[in-house]
Design a protein around this ligand. Structure first.
Ligand SMILES: [Zn+2]
Ligand SMILES: [Zn+2]
Length: 251
């Protein structure tokens, strides 16, 4: 299994794309599709038309907005450029079908794509993509918003992605004994925010869950001024990686 970070920043950030992570199993899976991650997908060298599954944690724009550009491109590629692509499965929390039905009925050209598109709503039950085992888990983010973290197991390795999350038991369970956890490190410990983890809490989750290696990501611009590795390292003694765009990690 291989992870490529397409975006380690947030909605508006001068040097980082917002949330997006490519996971290579026997399929090419995308976790979230935030602004500027599509440009990094092109830079990654991965054929964008081979992506078969897009998994959304939630629909805040910093996790979602490049999907629209991506899908419009896929329409042009298949309708006018003679291109072919495999079916696309879009997976996300409850509300996913309603959101995409509305979008596809409203945005010009989206209503009858010439390739198969499936929408699937998931909550706290596992499913498979090829030989990969996916476990979504509801995490606490903002009130009245269903946010999912995802755990992906493939080839004897496990990876967890927090989505956007506060510190919660559910997140610790999601990350239990994984080889690698990518956690929402929006803010430094000294500037906490109630709906996101801060760097110190990332370390705490990693320690409690017994993760192999911790990847800090989803940085707000203010967070660049602080040593988040040191802050996370106060609780967690394992390997800590400060995420950056286009970083690839093999598991
Ligand atoms: Zn969010
Ligand atoms: Zn976010």
């Amino acid at each position: 299994m291989r992870l490529t970070i397409l975006g380690s920043g947030t909605n508006v950030h001068p040097t980082r794309a917002a949330s997006g992570y490519l996971v290579h199993t026997d399929d090419t899976i995308l976790l979230d599709f935030g602004p500027r991650t599509l440009a990094n997908l092109l830079k990654s060298g991965v054929n964008r038309h081979r992506i078969t599954h897009v998994l959304f944690s939630h629909y805040h724009a910093d996790h979602f907005s490049d999907f629209i550009t991506y899908f419009f491109d896929a329409l042009i590629f298949t309708k006018y450029e003679g291109g072919a692509r495999p079916p696309l499965t879009v997976i996300g929390p409850p509300g996913t079908k309603r959101l995409f039905r509305t979008l596809f009925a409203t945005l010009p050209g989206f209503s009858h794509p010439p390739f198969a598109v499936y929408f699937k709503e998931v909550a706290d039950r596992g499913f498979t993509i090829g030989k990969a085992r996916i476990t979504p888990r509801t995490v606490s983010h903002t009130q009245n918003l269903h946010c999912l973290g995802y755990r992906i197991e493939y080839g004897g390795k496990a990876l967890a992605y927090s989505g956007d999350s506060q510190y919660c038991d559910s997140l610790v369970r999601l990350c239990g004994d994984v080889d690698l956890a990518v956690l929402d490190c929006s803010f430094p410990a000294s500037r906490p925010n109630p709906v996101h983890l801060h760097a110190g809490q990332c370390g705490q989750v990693a320690k409690e869950a017994g993760v192999g290696q911790l990847v800090l990501s989803h940085f707000y611009p203010i967070t660049e001024r602080y040593n988040v590795r040191e802050q996370a390292g106060e609780a967690f003694g394992g390997k800590i990686v400060v995420g950056r765009d286009l970083m690839a990690i093999k598991l």
